[in-house]
Every structure is written in C-alpha cells, then in structure tokens.
Design a protein around this ligand. Sequence first.
Ligand code: SF4
Length: 123
Amino acid sequence: MENTNMNRRRFFTQILGVGGLVALAPALLKLSSAKAQEKRRSAAPPAAGGAMPMVDPKDPVAKAVKYVEDFKKAPEAKGNHCATCGFYAKKETRNGKEVGTCTIFAGKLVYADAWCASWNKKA
Ligand code: SF4
C-alpha cells in the first residue's frame, strides 16, 4: 500500500513538472525571442544618416589584434597602416583625418593611419 502511494505521488509530481514546463514554454520562448531581437538590434550598424562610431582601441577585439590609431606609435607596423590594407575601404574625413571601414570591425570606422596585427597588403 505504501509503495503504491509513493508511486502515485511520484507519478503526479512528474506530470505536474512536465505540465509546468509546458505551461511556461510560451513565456520562455517569448523571452528568448525578445533577447535575440535586442541582440540583433545592438549588433546592427547605425541607421542611414547616423554616424558610425570609431573603433575604440580598448575594445577587446581591438586589443586582441593590437589596434592602434596611429601606426607610427607601433614599431611592429613597420610603416604599414589601414590605408594600405586589403581590409580597408575609404569612407569619409572626420576631424581632418581620413577614416574608413574595415572588414574586421563591422559597423565601425578605423583611421587610415591606424594599424593592427591583421594588416594584409592591399592587392
Ligand atoms: S585589418 Fe587592416 S584595415 Fe583593419 S584595422 Fe587592421 S590594418 Fe586597419
């Protein structure tokens, strides 16, 4: 008898557990979808007319590739800089300096005189 009660209790506990998950599933999916949308929005480049931000040398990706805003301050650059890099595309002048896009830093701009360890000679 006691064993039957235990089995019955375990059965209902499991059913309620599964039922609770099924009841929460739509809410969990909605929350997950909202987070994914927010993530996509923050990763997207700015809307037309909005100024693209410059790469911050303190950014973890920038640090990982040893990005510097002035190649003359990086002996490793050996005179190479963004303007001569295959990943660079001139975009505009900002504060009197040429800036452009870089494949490595999507949605951001780099100075033509910047450099990083991923420099690759322009073809
Ligand atoms: S990959 Fe090339 S363009 Fe991009 S930051 Fe490095 S040197 Fe500059």
